[in-house]
Ligand binder design. Structure first.
Ligand code: 0X9
Ligand code: CA
Ligand code: ZN
Ligand code: CA
Length: 538
């Protein structure tokens, strides 16, 4: 069996450390906790203070492309230092974003070193290497160096290792200290496997999802990267130790493609993971192949935002001495740069057809919220069957009407997702509409609005029943582009796709608007929509 990254062991109860922690809260971490140092043979690793000053020094040396900032404070009040690296670093530009982070686990110091190296590669290389210059100029890179500063300082306190993994937050009502930050994130928090509800365990998940200030700081930072309804960060890696693994989501289930993942995402996650593993020599696996976890950063990043997120387990052994830092970090350089380049459109790893279909100005599989607005005019009349982004239940009336399977993942826009007491209970009555966030079309010709849909109706339908897709210009003018109408016949639900040119709006900022109407006499009408895209011409 392969080396297992974590060895189950119990954390020692909090004792004399309490006084020290209280003192820290009063006096401030650096003085109260002393000048923590790595033991002999490990002094090449960065302490918390050294991480902070290394980042500051890089900002000072490269002010145009590097900006240090804090995500907020740890439990004991330390700043959680981060850096943005990009051209025009002070401006939020419309560039694909990447997140690298280290130090969720206090005893995994190599991950912090890799985060620092990534900073150095990108800033030192900016003036000398075309590849790196291109990455920095066309991306916005975020680095979190040490997500768990209190734990990391505790791990080396007194100049010896304490084998400390968790943060340093006491668990209320118990004598125990520390929550495993990589079990504290709010995506399927609390599940089984190597995730514990026992405050004494090294994999303690916390009293609630996001009960730790450190995970909350990362969560709030991620939320701040949602702009115009869209998460700007597309790819991410968490640096851990040890085992030399590249892992993709999910960790919470053994299933390769569960309900909360699309097939395309799974294929792309795996392809990119394998590509990175081929360059760093690590073993590529789905995270759950190691063991089941829940509440990890990686699962949260993908589950909540569809960020293509990975965990790297660095090093063969735990606590490699500092002679290993240079080789263990540098073997990851290619993988780190490759992922930054892939951030433009990770799905394009699946080939030319996928690139044309899914790397255009807009791509939404409707699996997570991406900034659509229901009833944007406030004039919808639907009494039942309002659009919602739902996992639809099947309905049947003289044959299938609302289909339960959607083309991608488990969700789409549906006119009333529930089955109701009869097929007529939850179908569309009146008008319902939904509008996309703003989309900046490229100036290139050949872009098309594409979507998949179901338009099912009973024999009592007419051409007044319809689904209309319009393009809304930035001045608010709405132009119907695709109109699909009913007719007086029983039409069962079938998924179809449709596309139309948006060349007339090339170079403009637009929104996509869908309206579904059951007009005239009240008929049985069901509409479903999935995979809304602006596809590329070339
Ligand atoms: O257990 C963890 O959090 C990670 N290993 S570590 O030794 N660095 O603690 C592994 C997380 C990967 N996810 C799953 N195995 N599900
Ligand atoms: Ca920039
Ligand atoms: Zn770890
Ligand atoms: Ca979908």
């Amino acid at each position: 069996m392969r080396h297992m990254p974590i060895i189950p062991r119990l954390a020692s109860p909090r004792g004399a450390a309490t006084a020290l922690v209280l003192a820290a809260l009063l006096i401030g971490p650096s003085t109260a906790l002393g000048a923590d140092e790595f033991p002999a043979g490990f002094s090449g690793y960065h302490t918390y203070a050294e991480v902070a000053s290394a980042a500051k020094a890089v900002e000072t040396a490269h002010p145009a492309i590097a900006k240090r900032f804090s995500l907020g404070k740890s439990y004991q009040g330390r700043e959680i230092w981060a850096m943005k690296i990009s051209d025009n670093v002070g401006t939020d530009e419309a560039e694909p974003e990447i997140l690298y982070e280290g130090g969720h686990h206090a005893d995994e110091h190599m991950g912090v070193e890799l985060a620092l190296r990534v900073m150095r590669w990108l800033t030192d290389g900016y003036g000398t290497t075309t590849r790196i210059r291109n990455i920095v100029n066309t991306r916005e890179i975020w680095i979190i160096f040490l997500a768990n500063p209190d734990g990391a300082e505790h791990d080396i306190s007194g100049g010896k290792f304490h084998h400390w993994r968790k943060n340093r937050q006491p668990t209320p009502g118990t004598p125990y200290t520390g929550t495993d930050l990589n079990r504290n994130y709010g995506y399927r928090w609390g599940g089984g496997g190597r995730t514990s509800s026992n405050p004494q365990a090294i994999t303690y998940r916390g009293t609630n999802a996001f009960s730790t200030p450190e995970a909350r700081a990362v969560r709030d930072f991620l939320a701040s990267r949602v702009i115009g309804g869209r998460q700007q960060i597309r790819v991410a890696v968490s640096f851990h130790e040890s085992g030399r693994l590249v892992m993709w989501p999910y960790g919470y289930t053994y299933t390769d493609i569960p309900i909360d993942m699309t097939r395309a995402d799974h294929l792309a996650l795996k392809a990119i993971g394998k590509k990175m593993a081929a360059s760093n020599g690590y073993r590529p696996i789905q995270a759950s192949s190691l063991y089941i976890t829940s509440g990890t950063t990686r699962d949260f990043l993908y589950g909540m935002y569809r960020i293509y997120s990975y965990t790297f387990e660095l090093s063969v052994t735990d606590y490699p001495d500092d002679s290993r830092i240079a080789s263990e970090t540098s073997r990851n350089k290619e993988a780190v740069l490759y992922l930054a380049e892939r951030a433009w459109c990770p799905l394009s790893v699946l080939g030319e057809q996928v690139r044309l279909a899914r790397c255009g100005a807009f791509d939404d599989d409707l699996e997570v919220f991406r900034g659509w607005t229901y009833d944007p005019d406030g004039t919808d009349t639907a009494t039942t069957g309002k659009f919602s982004r739902a996992n639809p239940a099947a309905t049947s009336s003289s044959g299938p009407k609302q289909l339960t399977d959607v083309p991608s993942g488990s969700r789409g826009f549906v006119t009333g997702g529930g089955a109701g007491s009869s097929a007529n209970a939850n179908d569309l009555d009146g008008r319902t509409s939904v509008r996309s966030p703003a989309i900046r079309l490229s100036t290139a010709p050949g872009q098309r609005l594409f979507f998949r849909y179901v338009l099912a109706h009973g024999a009592n339908s007419t051409s007044a029943d319809r689904l209309v897709a319009s393009i809304e210009s930035s001045n608010g003018t709405r132009t119907p582009l695709i109109t699909l109408t009913g007719k007086p016949a029983d039409v069962d639900g079938v998924w179809r796709s449709v596309a139309a040119s948006v060349d007339a709006w090339a170079g403009q900022t637009i929104r996509i608007h869908f309206a579904a109407v059951d007009a005239g006499s009240n008929s049985l009408v069901e509409v479903e929509i999935d995979d809304v895209r602006i596809t590329r011409g070339s």
